[in-house]
Design a protein around this ligand. Structure first.
Ligand SMILES: [Zn+2]
Length: 256
């Protein structure tokens, strides 16, 4: 068979498998980030808000965050599952890439392509494009490229899928957001989900080393950032996101 016929048959098989089999993992939003707690810190309110509005959400952590100065990989897996339950996210899994050492390579891309195809999200939330921790920008590039490649039918595996949009978090560095989401009513659930990461945040009895997020002031800083993001948009507390392309709206009333 020639290549054109093989490609044509592959497209037919992909389409048939999409329409004939219900995908139990299909979600509206996939939040995928380098370390457990990245999603909660930067987009916990946004995730909780959309779940409250009936959307399905999956969270995928690329690594266990095993290089973190506090806690351990296995402990962070337990904490991540507790945080998932607090947010009400439908699925959470860990890809087991090496914290600090995962690479932008075929293997990492193919693993991420597989989860994009598995969860078939409309929207993907992921790490900041530029940040203090070098894993964040690397993960951001891996995830946004994998979302594109996931739609190419010559990459074998599960049926192809390309999300409609990829939005990047704001993390340590201030990156001017392209849009903000009002999370005022979901601040408490965000904070509760963060407190599930007991090994990472302020604990007066901990003997572990101090980190940039373990101090008492970290939650104050997070709230200050959210006040700052919300203020120009007339919101009390907001999470900000960046987009690698021009944004469009269906009508002017979707903008606030
Ligand atoms: Zn991180």
């Amino acid at each position: 068979m020639d290549d054109v016929l093989i490609s044509f048959l592959q497209v037919i098989v992909n389409e048939l498998s999409y329409f004939c089999f219900m995908n139990e993992f299909k979600v509206d939003i996939l939040a995928i980030a380098a370390h457990p707690d990245d999603v909660e810190i930067s987009a916990g309110g946004t995730v909780a808000k959309h779940i409250a509005e009936g959307k399905k959400v999956a969270i995928v952590d690329l690594t266990q965050g095993e290089l973190g100065s506090r806690g351990s990989g296995p402990l962070r897996l337990i904490e991540a599952e507790n945080a998932r339950q607090i947010l009400g996210a439908h699925f959470r899994e860990n890809l087991g890439l090496r914290d600090g050492f995962f690479k932008y390579d075929d293997e990492s891309l193919l693993q991420i392509i597989e989860v994009v195809r598995k969860y078939q999200p409309e929207i993907v939330l992921t790490n900041a494009l530029k940040d203090r921790h070098p894993d964040h920008a690397r993960a951001a590039k891996l995830v946004s490229d994998a979302c594109f490649y996931s739609g190419l039918n010559k990459i074998p595996g599960a049926p192809i899928w390309r999300p409609k949009a990829v939005y990047h978090f704001n993390q340590d560095f201030y990156n001017e957001p392209d849009f903000v989401v009002d999370v005022t009513d979901f601040w408490k659930v965000k904070m509760d989900s963060l407190m599930a990461y007991k090994s990472q945040f302020h604990d007066p009895n901990s003997k572990e080393p101090e980190t940039p997020i373990s101090g008492e002031g970290f939650f104050e800083y997070l709230k200050a950032r959210s006040i700052d993001f919300g203020r120009p948009a007339g919101m009390t507390l907001a999470e900000g996101f960046q987009v690698g392309r021009t944004l469009g709206v269906k009508n002017l009333f979707d903008l606030v």
